[in-house]
Design a protein around this ligand. Structure first.
Ligand code: GDP
Length: 356
């Protein structure tokens, strides 16, 4: 293992886009490729998230990502449970996701949920890359499994490339109409000013190395300061979902973005009525070799450090809310932590009202 500064946490990445444009397929492709390219056990499956370490990303991305160029430990991809909840997934008033992939079907172009997602990304100032997905469906396309996209794009017939280009420029034009200056990612010099568009295929894996490279580049250049956390501090997270779990009752699927959460910790969680104060009975993670998305195969862990997804079992969680904050109390006055959680909930409510 390399010698990363342990106080730099993994950036959290959300995958957004219109239904059927390929969000799930892209995430599955990243997971699948990480499993086949990485050393055994290199990726870890979390509740509601997948952690892909830098070394595995470098393996997947070939020449595009070199471990030595990065200080951040990798990427944590979250499964956002539907669109509306994404807008309420926040951390201390900002977006829960540090980065995003906006998936757009090259044939279908911008659709209502694409616009919605873009609107959220703009409002929260979240850096993102556009995955111009399903490039493999271009008539005459000659696929190159899991390869970087530029050489593959260059190697296509002129007609295939021109057909894809028409669709890509349509997407770039739509981004421009929405106020984003965008271009094919290999032409982008300044990723702070311009949005990179990566032609890709969640089916063949082409362009996936490039998406990972752009995300790593964005996080390295623009997120390092924000990723510095007090790993040993009291854990802070956001509820993705509230779920009934056999043997545990209502449980929380949480993404932890700061500090550490331990079994036995007292926590404050945003609730439908008042904040809930309770004590963690168990922290659960999927078993290492369990099939992705197979339920009920958890193992208990003693502690979870940011950034990570975890299931929290504790008494009295029935009225907890998706999107609400979770805070570990630790050495602080519980009333202060309750006040913090209340203040954050008030902010979320204002935002939801604005959205109408
Ligand atoms: P989501 O609703 O955005 O999560 O979309 P899915 O990942 O479920 O994909 C919708 C459909 O498009 C599925 O039938 C996928 O197999 C298909 N699909 C997704 N990505 C690609 C791609 O890159 N190429 C092709 N040919 N099909 C794709």
């Amino acid at each position: 293992m390399s010698d990363h500064d342990t106080s730099l946490r993994t950036p959290i990445v959300a995958v957004l886009g219109h239904v059927d444009h390929g969000k799930t397929s892209l995430l599955d492709k990243i997971r699948g490729s990480a499993v086949s390219e990485g050393e055994a056990g290199a990726i870890t499956q979390h509740i509601g998230a997948t952690a892909v370490p830098l070394e595995t990303i470098a393996d997947m991305a070939g020449d595009l990502v070199t471990v030595e160029d990065f200080d951040l430990p990798g990427l944590l991809f979250i499964d956002t449970p539907g669109h509306h909840s994404f807008s309420t997934l926040r951390s201390r008033g900002g977006a829960l996701a540090d980065l995003a992939i906006l998936v757009v079907d090259v044939n279908d172009g911008f659709q209502p949920q694409t616009e919605e997602a873009l609107d959220i990304l703009q409002r929260t100032g979240t850096p993102f890359v556009v995955a111009a997905n399903k490039a493999d469906t271009t008539p005459g396309w000659n696929p190159n499994e899991n390869a970087p996209i530029k050489p593959s794009y260059d190697a296509q017939s002129d007609t295939a490339r021109q057909r894809l280009d028409e669709n890509l420029y349509e997407i770039i034009g739509q981004l421009s109409d929405d106020g984003f200056s965008a271009d094919l990612y290999w032409r982008v010099q300044n990723f702070q000013k311009n949005i990179g568009v990566v032609p890709c295929s969640a089916l063949t894996g082409e362009g996936v190395p490039d998406i990972l490279a752009v995300l790593m580049g964005l996080s390295q250049r623009f997120m390092k300061a924000e990723m510095e956390i007090d790993v040993a501090g009291p854990g802070e997270g956001t509820v993705l979902e509230v779920k009934d779990q056999q043997g545990f009752g209502a449980t929380l699927d949480v993404v932890v973005y700061d500090g550490t959460i331990n079994e036995g910790d007292q926590i404050v969680v945003g609730g439908v009525n008042d904040p809930i104060v309770t004590e963690i009975r168990a922290l659960l993670q999927p078993q290492p070799n369990a099939e992705i998305r197979v339920e009920n195969r958890f193992e208990r862990v003693d502690a979870v450090a940011a950034a990570a997804g975890v299931k929290i079992a504790a008494p009295d969680l029935d009225e907890a809310m998706a999107g609400a904050p979770v805070r570990v109390v630790r050495d602080r006055d519980v009333d202060d932590v309750i006040a913090e959680v209340e203040a954050e909930l008030a902010e979320i409510e204002v935002d939801t009202e604005e959205e109408g």
